[in-house]
Design a protein around this ligand. Structure first.
Ligand SMILES: *[C@@H]1O[C@H](CO)[C@@H](O)[C@H](O)[C@H]1NC(C)=O
Ligand SMILES: *[C@@H]1O[C@H](CO)[C@@H](O)[C@H](O)[C@H]1NC(C)=O
Ligand SMILES: *[C@@H]1O[C@H](CO)[C@@H](O)[C@H](O)[C@H]1NC(C)=O
Ligand SMILES: *[C@@H]1O[C@H](CO)[C@@H](O)[C@H](O)[C@H]1NC(C)=O
Ligand SMILES: *[C@@H]1O[C@H](CO)[C@@H](O)[C@H](O)[C@H]1NC(C)=O
Ligand SMILES: *[C@@H]1O[C@H](CO)[C@@H](O)[C@H](O)[C@H]1NC(C)=O
Ligand SMILES: *[C@@H]1O[C@H](CO)[C@@H](O)[C@H](O)[C@H]1NC(C)=O
Ligand SMILES: *[C@@H]1O[C@H](CO)[C@@H](O)[C@H](O)[C@H]1NC(C)=O
Ligand SMILES: *[C@@H]1O[C@H](CO)[C@@H](O)[C@H](O)[C@H]1NC(C)=O
Ligand SMILES: *[C@@H]1O[C@H](CO)[C@@H](O)[C@H](O)[C@H]1NC(C)=O
Ligand SMILES: *[C@@H]1O[C@H](CO)[C@@H](O)[C@H](O)[C@H]1NC(C)=O
Ligand SMILES: *[C@@H]1O[C@H](CO)[C@@H](O)[C@H](O)[C@H]1NC(C)=O
Length: 433
C-alpha cells in the first residue's frame, strides 16, 4: 500500500519531528546568578519551552538546603521560592527536567550578602593638632567578610585601606577597624570618615565622624581698644557638626549680638565694654571655651565728688568727701587746692576723705583728680564751713550773714561774695520748701 514514495515521506516527517519538535525543547532558568541580601525572598523560575507535553521538575542543590523552600509547578514551569534567605543558601541550585525523554538541566549560582548597616563611629570628644586619637569604625552583620573592606578618609583623600584576608566563613559577622589618627594643624576642620565596601556588589556606606570642638582660637590677641574705637575679634573652632560659636560677656546672661558670625564686635568702645569675654564653641558632642580680656583705654571720665553731709556745714561736724571715677583705670587723688599732697584714702575706683570735727580752716576747694596715660580730669567742690555760734536761718536779714562772714577771717573777699550768694540761694530754697 505504501510505496517507496510513501515511506520516504514518512521518514521525512519523522526527521522533521525530531528536528522541529522534540529537539526544539529548551530550558530557561532565571535568574542565573542572583546576588541577594540576607532576609529577602528569592524566586527562581525554571521554564521548559517548546515541549508539547507537561513535564516534571526536580530541584537539587549540592547540600540539599532547600528542603523548606516552596516549589510550585504549572505545566511546563516550576518556581522555587526561598523566603527569608540566609547565608546557608549561598550555593548552586540545579533545575532538572526532561521533555519526551530529552533531559534538560540548568544551574543557578546564588550569592548571598549581608551589609545592612551604616558603619558605626563613636563620637570623638575632640581632635587636637599633633595629638593621636584612636578611632574605631565598626560594621555589623557583614557577609561574606572576605569580600569586605574598610577605608578611612580625610575629606576625600584616602588615609588607610584595610583589606581583610579572612577565610571563608559561613555566618554573618561584625568587623571593627582601628585607626590611629594624628591630625596636623592644616588637617583640622576636615571631616574624617569611614567607608565600608562590599566588593561583591560594590555596595558601600560611609559614616563621617562627629567630633566636639578641640582648640578654640581667636583672630587677634590684641584686646586693647581706645575709647570710641572699633574692635573685632573672630573666634574659631573645628568640629563636626560645625560648632555654634557665641561670645558672652562675663556676668551677662545673653550672648553678644554680633557673635552669630563668630565675631565679637566692639564699635565705639566705652568703659562699660571692658572686661572678660568668653567665646563658647559648642556642638552636639561637646563645648570648649576661650576667654579674652578686653581692655578699653582712654582719658578718664570726669570723676564724681560727693559729700556725706547735705546742706549747710557747721564747725565741729563730721564730713566725708567721696571721690569716685566710673571710667577706665585711672589714678585717683583727692586733695585740697594749694595742698597738692594727696589726702584721701584710696582704692581702685574711689577716694574717701574723712574730716572729723571740721574747722573753718578746713574750708576751701577740694579737688578730685583722675589721671592716666591718656589724660587727666578733675572735679572740684567748694566746701564752706560756718562758725558754730552764728546760726541763722533768716534769709531776709543780711546782718545775720555778716557776723558769720566776719568770723571766717581766712576767706578771701571774692570767696565771701560767692558764699553770700550761695547762702541766699540755699535759704531761698528752704523758704520755698
Ligand atoms: C537532538 O539534537 C541533539 C543535538 O542537539 C542530538 O545529539 C540528538 O541526537 C537529537 N535527538 C534526536 C532524538 O534526534
Ligand atoms: C497538563 O496538565 C494539566 C493539569 O495539570 C492538564 O489540564 C493539561 O491538559 C495537561 N496538558 C498536557 C499537554 O498534557
Ligand atoms: C529570618 O531568618 C532569621 C534567621 O536566619 C530569623 O532570625 C528571622 O526571624 C527570620 N525572619 C522572618 C521574617 O522569618
Ligand atoms: C555584632 O554586634 C552586635 C551589636 O553589638 C551584637 O549584638 C552581635 O552579637 C554581634 N555579632 C557577632 C557575630 O559578633
Ligand atoms: C562634614 O560632614 C558633614 C556631615 O557629617 C557635612 O555636613 C559637612 O559639610 C562636612 N564638612 C566638610 C568640610 O566636608
Ligand atoms: C558606592 O555606592 C554608590 C551607591 O550607593 C555607588 O553609586 C558608587 O558607585 C559606589 N562606589 C563605589 C566605589 O563602588
Ligand atoms: C594668641 O596667643 C596664643 C598664646 O598666648 C597663641 O597661641 C596664639 O597663636 C596667639 N594668636 C594670635 C592670633 O596671635
Ligand atoms: C560713641 O559713644 C558716645 C558715648 O556713649 C556717644 O556720645 C557718641 O555719640 C558715640 N559715637 C558714635 C559714632 O556712635
Ligand atoms: C557653652 O555652650 C554650651 C551650649 O550652649 C553650654 O552647654 C555650655 O554650658 C556653655 N559653656 C560655657 C562655659 O558657657
Ligand atoms: C564725729 O565722729 C566721731 C567719731 O569719729 C564721733 O565720736 C562724733 O560723735 C561725730 N560727731 C558728729 C557731730 O556726728
Ligand atoms: C572703694 O571704696 C568704695 C567706698 O569705700 C567702695 O564702695 C568700693 O567698692 C571700693 N572699690 C574697690 C575696688 O575696693
Ligand atoms: C569757693 O568759695 C570761696 C569762698 O566762698 C571763694 O573764694 C571761691 O572763689 C569759691 N571757688 C569756687 C570755684 O566756687
Amino acid at each position: 500500500m505504501c510505496g517507496v514514495k510513501c515511506i520516504t515521506f514518512m521518514l521525512w516527517v519523522y526527521i522533521l519531528n525530531v528536528i522541529t519538535g522534540e529537539n526544539n525543547s529548551k530550558m530557561e532558568l532565571t535568574p542565573l546568578s542572583p546576588v541577594i541580601h540576607v532576609g529577602e525572598d528569592l524566586e527562581i523560575t525554571c521554564r521548559v519551552t517548546d515541549c508539547p507535553v507537561n513535564v516534571t521538575f526536580t530541584w537539587t542543590s549540592a547540600t540539599d538546603k532547600f528542603l523548606n523552600a516552596e516549589i510550585k509547578n504549572e505545566h511546563t514551569v516550576s518556581h522555587l521560592l526561598i523566603r527569608n534567605i540566609s547565608v546557608i543558601h549561598s550555593e548552586t541550585v540545579v533545575c532538572k527536567s526532561s521533555c519526551e525523554g530529552k533531559p534538560l538541566q540548568k544551574t543557578s549560582k546564588i550569592k548571598i550578602f549581608s551589609f545592612p548597616e551604616d558603619p558605626v563611629l563613636p563620637k570623638i570628644e575632640s581632635l587636637i593638632a599633633n595629638q593621636e586619637k584612636k578611632l574605631i569604625c565598626t560594621v555589623h552583620n557583614i557577609y561574606p567578610l572576605e569580600m569586605f573592606h574598610i577605608e578611612w578618609f580625610r575629606g576625600d583623600k584616602s588615609l588607610h585601606k584595610e583589606e581583610l584576608d579572612s577565610k571563608h566563613s559561613d555566618h554573618v559577622q561584625n568587623y571593627s577597624s582601628v585607626f590611629n589618627y594624628t591630625p596636623s594643624v592644616d588637617h583640622l576642620g576636615k571631616n574624617i570618615s569611614c567607608k565600608a565596601t562590599l566588593d561583591l556588589n560594590h555596595w558601600n556606606k560611609t559614616t563621617t565622624a562627629e567630633y566636639g570642638p578641640g582648640t578654640v582660637t581667636v583672630s587677634s590677641n590684641n584686646t586693647m581698644v581706645k575709647l570710641g574705637d572699633h574692635l573685632e575679634i573672630t573666634c574659631h573652632a573645628d568640629g563636626n557638626p560645625k560648632p555654634t560659636i557665641l561670645w558672652w560677656k562675663l556676668g551677662e546672661t545673653e550672648p553678644e549680638q554680633q557673635s552669630q558670625n563668630h565675631k565679637l564686635i566692639i564699635s565705639n568702645a566705652s568703659w562699660s565694654q571692658a572686661g572678660w569675654y568668653r567665646c563658647n564653641a559648642s556642638n552636639n558632642v561637646g563645648s570648649q571655651q576661650m576667654s579674652v580680656n578686653i581692655i578699653v583705654v582712654g582719658p578718664p571720665n570726669i570723676p564724681k565728688i560727693q559729700l556725706s553731709h547735705g546742706g549747710e556745714l557747721k564747725e565741729g561736724e563730721n564730713l566725708s568727701i567721696f571721690c569716685s571715677s566710673d571710667g577706665g583705670p585711672a589714678e585717683l587723688k583727692l586733695y585740697r587746692q594749694s595742698q597738692s599732697a594727696a589726702t584721701g584714702v584710696r582704692n581702685d575706683s574711689a577716694v574717701l576723705l574723712n574730716i572729723s570735727s571740721i574747722q573753718i580752716t578746713d574750708a576751701g576747694i577740694y579737688i578730685c583728680e583722675a589721671k592716666n596715660d591718656f589724660g587727666t580730669e578733675r572735679s572740684t567742690m567748694n566746701i564752706t564751713v560756718k562758725a558754730q555760734h552764728s546760726i541763722s536761718r533768716n534769709p531776709d536779714l543780711p546782718v545775720a550773714i555778716l557776723p558769720a562772714v566776719g568770723s571766717v577771717s581766712l576767706l578771701t573777699a571774692a570767696g565771701l561774695l560767692i558764699r553770700h550768694c550761695r547762702k541766699q540761694a540755699r535759704s531761698n530754697i528752704s523758704t520755698i520748701l
